[in-house]
Design a binder for this molecule. Structure first.
Ligand code: FES
Length: 218
């Protein structure tokens, strides 16, 4: 028998199954919580903090995509505090990342009134576009480090384990082991990483060439 739990979201009582997240429960009653790193095809990882909500009794904002719904929980998904937190996430992301092809981020920048120039002059990541194989390109300037590509390359789908996080802080990026060209790794060119990329950082080579007829990737 499936156990159920009851919680309140924005004043509405919701019944959901034990193990469901706050994001799941909110979605079931039509309450939209913004996300960036979350993708239903991947295990939630709580990396971007765009989905933060207030939970009664919790001192800190909680990431809805990884917070399990528990009996009696009371959740608020919109408040000044939440908007301020989401705005800051976006402003910091924009300081180092080209978000021009991340529609979810652009929508939230408009929604929250984020000032994407707030941290301008910080340390931008503008590495060259990498095209070391005949299938797709990696445009690191657009990578929001959502982790989805790493997940589908590993346990969430393909079990190829060709890529992972590398570096720390502003120097963090998705990389192959020892920085090897993709054809020299365990990559099988299944394309699932391209399929889950939300920011234009991974693209089929042909699509890239059509967009940049004069700018061959490195
Ligand atoms: Fe929840 Fe990114 S969507 S932390």
């Amino acid at each position: 028998m499936t156990e159920t739990v009851h919680l309140t979201i924005n004043g509405l009582t919701v019944e959901t199954t034990r193990g469901a997240t706050v994001l799941d429960a909110a979605g079931a009653i039509g309450i939209d919580i913004p996300t960036l790193c979350y993708d239903p095809r991947c295990a939630p990882n709580g990396l971007c903090r765009m989905c933060v909500v207030e939970a009664t009794g919790a001192r800190l904002l909680q990431a809805a995509c990884v917070t399990r719904a528990v009996e009696g929980m009371t959740i608020t998904t919109e408040s000044q505090r939440i908007t301020r937190a989401r705005r800051t996430v976006l402003e910091m992301l924009a300081a180092s990342t080209d978000l021009s092809e991340t529609p979810d981020a652009l929508a939230q920048i408009a929604e929250t009134g984020a000032d994407i120039a707030r941290f301008a002059g910080g340390r931008e990541r503008r590495p060259p576009v990498v095209a070391d194989n005949p299938m797709f390109v990696r445009d690191y300037a657009k990578c929001i480090l959502c982790w989805r590509c790493v997940q589908v390359c590993a346990e969430d789908a393909q079990y190829a384990f060709a890529i992972n996080f590398d570096g720390r802080g502003f120097d963090t990026q998705i990389a192959t082991f020892f920085g090897k060209p993709l054809p020299e790794t365990t990559c099988v060119f299944c394309g699932q990483c391209v399929g889950v990329c939300p920011s234009g950082a991974l693209k089929p080579l042909r699509a890239w060439e059509l967009e940049h007829p004069d700018g061959p990737a490195a």
